[in-house]
Design a protein around this ligand. Structure first.
Ligand code: DNO
Length: 403
């Protein structure tokens, strides 16, 4: 088998890039072996129209580095669209025009999420593994402490077991004021707009806006408004699952399990209304059978994130190595390769799937860096994941030739 043959039918390899301020440069990304980039125009406020020139400028930058812009991650959905309030007409028209401008510049996959208020939740951004590398972790005990003692959310106790509540109390009382402050800050830091200095009160106000909100109805309204343009210009949307895929902060959830994905596709039946198959996010709900879900929803998978989590009996989970943890990655990769083959046979123009190694451990020289690295997005850990996943793909293709 010629491993450099361009047509081995592999998934395209991508890497997330946070833009010109990312301490990981495009040259670094090129050296990981990735062919493409998932990036966004982070400088544009949520809800604003993306001008065509700004898109072109970013695209030129990527091309000059020898990389393709495979997916926008993300064109964020404004909170007013999620809560169904405000000037929706303007917001929908800005989103649709952004899709039009992206298509005109040759970018055809757009990732977004419909999680209220927050993008993802962890309670440790630097959980130390036995080998000394660091990863992200979610511990319901610590989150209970955040909700009950810091945020003081009424009714939060009902979301935790008596044992978790007891341990949360003990843990919180073991922290001094400075440790409490830095713990609170680390959680708040993942709320959108955190860099503008969100306070606990701001978060309370953001949560209150979701009282009585029908999230599914608002997602349906959003899709009905933007999918026609996506179809017209050939853009495929890819919604990111809830992370973590269970209720948090008393907020409604949109995409945590099989039945939610079925409901999504029924809202607007179009290939443009697709899924970002984020293995790591979905894996944190133990009843999710990932290879089975990827098979079932394969034709509507418009983007792929590969990562794994390890659940522990106390309800916590940490982000495992890409080929370890609870995800059966070989089985999942097999399904994705088969899906590509199926699409090609069908003659689908969009047969090529692109994945990116999602998150990675902070390890090796990255542990010594003093620059601020987005949690989960250091270079070396993701490169390790990418290399392992690449080997897995090649191994599976090689095994086919032995039959
Ligand atoms: C976290 C990512 C998310 C994701 C957005 C998509 O590491 O998976 O930030 O990009 O939720 O809109």
């Amino acid at each position: 088998m010629n491993l450099t043959h361009p047509d081995l039918g592999l998934l395209e390899e991508g890497f997330r890039w946070y833009g010109p301020n990312d301490p990981v440069s495009l040259r670094d990304i090129r050296q990981t072996g990735a062919a493409s980039v998932f990036t966004s125009l982070h400088q544009i406020p949520y809800g604003d129209l993306w001008p065509r020139e700004a898109i072109r400028e970013r695209n030129e930058m990527l091309k000059a580095a020898g990389l393709r812009w495979s997916a926008v991650e993300s064109v964020p959905v404004h909170e007013d669209i999620k809560t169904g309030r405000g000037n929706l007409k303007k917001l929908f028209s800005n989103y649709s025009e952004t899709l039009r401008n992206l298509a005109a510049e040759g970018v055809s996959v757009v990732i977004y999420n419909f999680m209220p208020v927050l993008d993802w939740i962890r309670t440790d951004m630097r959980y130390v593994l036995p080998d000394g590398a660091e990863c992200l972790r979610y511990d319901p005990v610590r989150f209970a402490a955040f909700e009950i003692y810091a945020l003081k959310r009424p009714g939060a106790e009902a979301d935790f077991t008596p044992e978790q509540l007891e341990r949360a109390k003990l843990w919180w009382s073991s922290l001094n004021d400075a440790a409490r402050e830095s713990f609170i800050q680390s959680i708040i830091d993942v709320f959108p707009g955190c860099k503008m200095g969100l306070s606990l009160n701001d978060i309370r106000a953001m949560l209150a806006k979701y009282d009585g909100v029908d999230l599914r109805a608002n997602l349906t309204r959003f899709l009905e408004a933007v999918i026609p343009t996506a179809e017209e210009v050939g853009v495929r949307l890819a919604i990111h699952p809830d992370d973590p895929p269970f209720p948090v902060l008393g907020l409604p959830r949109i995409l945590s399990q099989d039945s939610d994905i079925e409901a999504l596709f029924k809202m607007v039946d179009s290939p443009a209304n697709g899924l970002c198959f984020c293995a790591g996010s979905l894996s944190a709900r133990t009843s999710n059978d990932l290879p089975a879900m990827a098979k079932k929803f394969g034709p509507r998978i418009n983007s792929v994130h590969l990562r794994s989590t390890q659940q522990l009996p106390d309800g916590s989970f940490y982000e495992a190595d890409h080929l370890a943890g609870s995800v059966d990655m070989p089985a999942l990769m097999r399904v994705l390769l088969d899906e590509q083959d199926r699409r090609r046979k069908e003659g689908r123009a969009d047969w090529q799937l692109t994945f990116r190694p999602d998150h990675g451990h902070t390890m090796l020289d990255d542990l010594k860096k003093t620059v601020e690295i987005t949690p989960g997005y250091s270079c070396l850990g993701r490169m390790r994941g990418l290399a392992e996943l690449r080997g897995l793909m090649l191994g599976l293709r090689y095994a086919e030739t032995l039959k």
